[in-house]
Design a protein around this ligand. Structure first.
Ligand code: ATP
Length: 244
């Protein structure tokens, strides 16, 4: 479904992503894990067309994606839930959801909004409340529901569990699992390495802008730890995961 080949992305003279290649098959949930500054967000933003790539190519469903064209990417069926959620704080929950459907012109937008409210009961309760006044977990649900309103076939999730209480983190991971079982393909960027390894069909470990290794499950955790920080600090991921 998605083929990333030799992707390079730079910020001025800093090359943050240094030629990475990976594929995602239809219906998979693929994890992209790694320490701070590894290039995970940069990769996701380049796929979403938010950032311009300086090299390489990205093909979606067999066709090349244009460089730095976020709206065209959404129209093609790829939606991004950005890091830090970035909901429209001054708009109501329902207005946020409606904006997620701004590329659509079909007659099912209202019924999709009702379906989102059923899926996320808090969104029903706070439909007319300003999004900015809600909790981090509720804002994450708005951001997810807003992305789903575009009816994506590929969902890009950037650290959806960041800064959330453990119970809400559980809900987020359950939701990702559920969306995959409904047929949505997912690329999940996470710092929560172990949870991601457990959930994803396959995970790639990014380190210093390169793919250090790929892993298939929790049994690869020890090796992933080494790829994160090197053998001398192999407890670091465990500590980070325990703190999440
Ligand atoms: P994090 O978990 O901290 O978000 P990450 O793996 O997502 O980490 P990126 O945010 O993609 O990493 O950052 C990769 C590199 O690019 C880092 O060295 C970072 O400092 C740098 N970088 C990221 N955004 C910018 C920017 N807007 N301008 C300049 N450098 C940037």
């Amino acid at each position: 479904m998605l083929e990333v080949q030799d992707l390079k992305v730079s910020y001025g003279r800093l090359e943050a992503v240094k030629g990475i290649s990976f594929t995602i098959n239809q219906g998979e949930c693929i994890g992209l894990i790694g320490p701070n500054g590894a290039g995970k967000t940069t990769t996701l933003n380049a796929i979403a067309g938010v950032l311009k790539r300086s090299g390489g190519s990205i093909a979606f469903e067999g066709e090349k994606l244009p460089n730095q064209a976020p709206e065209a990417t959404v129209r093609r069926g790829i939606s991004l839930v950005p890091e830090g959620r970035r909901v429209f704080q001054g708009l109501t929950v329902e207005q946020n959801l409606r904006l997620g459907a701004s590329i659509r012109s079909d007659k099912e937008i209202d019924s999709d909004i009702e379906a989102m409210k059923k899926r996320f009961p808090a969104l029903e309760k706070y439909a007319t409340t300003r999004a900015g006044s809600l909790s981090g977990g509720e804002q994450q649900m708005i951001a997810l529901a807003r992305a789903l309103m575009a009816r994506p076939r590929l969902l890009l999730l950037d650290e959806p569990s960041l800064g959330l209480a453990p119970l809400i983190v559980d809900q987020v991971f359950e939701l990702v699992d559920q969306l995959r079982s409904e047929g949505i393909t997912i690329l999940l960027v996470e710092q929560n390495g172990l949870r991601t390894l457990e959930l994803a069909d396959r995970s790639y470990v990014l380190q210093g802008g390169r793919i250090a290794m790929s892993a298939t499950g929790a049994e690869d955790f020890a090796e992933v730890e080494k790829a994160y920080f090197g053998a001398e600090d192999s407890n670091a991921v465990a500590k980070e995961t325990a703190n999440d």
